[in-house]
Unconditional design. Structure first.
Ligand code: 5GP
Length: 207
C-alpha cells in the first residue's frame, strides 16, 4: 500500500459550504488531517485561535514568509492567508491525507509543487444560492459580501486547472462524493509507484 498521504486542495466560492463539508469530513472519517492556516484577518465571532486559524499580525505573517514557514500564501480580499509548512509535511509523512481549504492562487501554487495533489472545487448549485448563503451566514458586512461575490466571479477563471467540480446541493451527498474522490486518488498510478516497484522486486526473487 501507498505509505505517504495525499495532499487534497479544496477551494470554492466563498459561501459554497466548504467549511461545513470539511468539518463533516473530519468528524466522519479517520485518515484526514485538516491544515490550519495563518491569516491576518480578524477572528469572526466564535472563531478560535489555533483551531479555525492562527490569527497573526501583518508583521508576524511577513516573518513567516521570510523564514520560509509557509507552503504557499495569497492575498484574499483585504487580508493575507497562508499554509504552515511543517504540519502538512509531517502529516503526509505519517500517511494522513491532508486537506487544505484554500483559495485558487494558493491551490495552483500547491499544484505546481505537488503535481500529485488532488484539486477539488466546491460550488453551490447557483449564483443566487451563493448570495443567499453568504447573507444567511450573517458573518459578513454588506460591503464584504459584494467584494466576496466579485472575487467569486474572478475565481471561476482558473477553475479549469482543478481535477473535479463538486456541486454542493446536498451536504451528505457531497460528503460521500468527496471522500470517494480522495480514496480513488490513492489508486492512481502516481500514488502506487512504490507498491509496483516492491512488487517487481519480489517477482524477480520468486522461484
Ligand atoms: P475566510 O475569510 O472566509 O475564512 O477565507 C477566505 C478565503 O481564504 C477562502 O477562500 C479560504 O479558502 C481562503 N484561505 C484560507 N486559508 C488559506 C491559506 O492558507 N492559503 C490560501 N491561499 N487561501 C486560504
Amino acid at each position: 500500500m501507498n505509505k505517504k498521504g495525499i495532499l487534497v486542495v479544496v477551494s470554492g466560492f466563498s459561501g459554497a459550504g466548504k467549511g461545513t463539508l470539511m468539518k463533516m469530513l473530519m468528524e466522519n472519517y479517520d485518515n484526514y488531517s485538516l491544515s490550519i492556516s495563518a491569516t491576518t484577518r480578524a477572528p469572526r465571532e466564535g472563531e478560535v485561535n489555533g483551531k479555525d486559524y492562527f490569527f497573526v499580525t501583518k508583521e508576524e505573517f511577513q516573518r513567516m514568509i521570510n523564514n520560509d514557514e509557509l507552503l504557499e500564501y495569497a492575498q484574499y480580499v483585504d487580508n493575507y492567508y497562508g499554509t504552515p509548512r511543517s504540519y502538512v509535511e509531517s502529516e503526509l509523512e505519517k500517511g494522513k491525507d491532508v486537506i487544505l481549504e484554500i483559495e485558487i492562487q494558493g491551490a495552483l501554487s500547491i499544484h505546481g509543487r505537488y503535481p500529485d495533489s488532488l484539486l477539488i472545487f466546491v460550488t453551490p448549485p447557483s449564483a443566487k444560492e451563493l448570495k443567499r448563503r453568504l447573507i444567511n451566514r450573517g458573518t459578513e458586512t454588506e460591503e464584504n459580501i459584494k467584494k466576496r461575490l466579485n472575487r467569486a466571479a474572478q475565481e471561476a477563471v482558473g477553475v479549469e486547472n482543478y481535477d473535479y467540480i463538486l456541486i454542493n446541493d446536498d451536504l451528505n451527498e457531497s460528503l460521500e462524493r468527496l471522500h470517494k474522490l480522495i480514496q480513488d486518488q490513492h489508486m492512481r498510478v502516481c500514488h502506487q509507484l512504490d507498491f509496483i516497484s516492491d512488487m517487481s522486486k519480489q517477482l524477480r526473487t520468486l522461484e
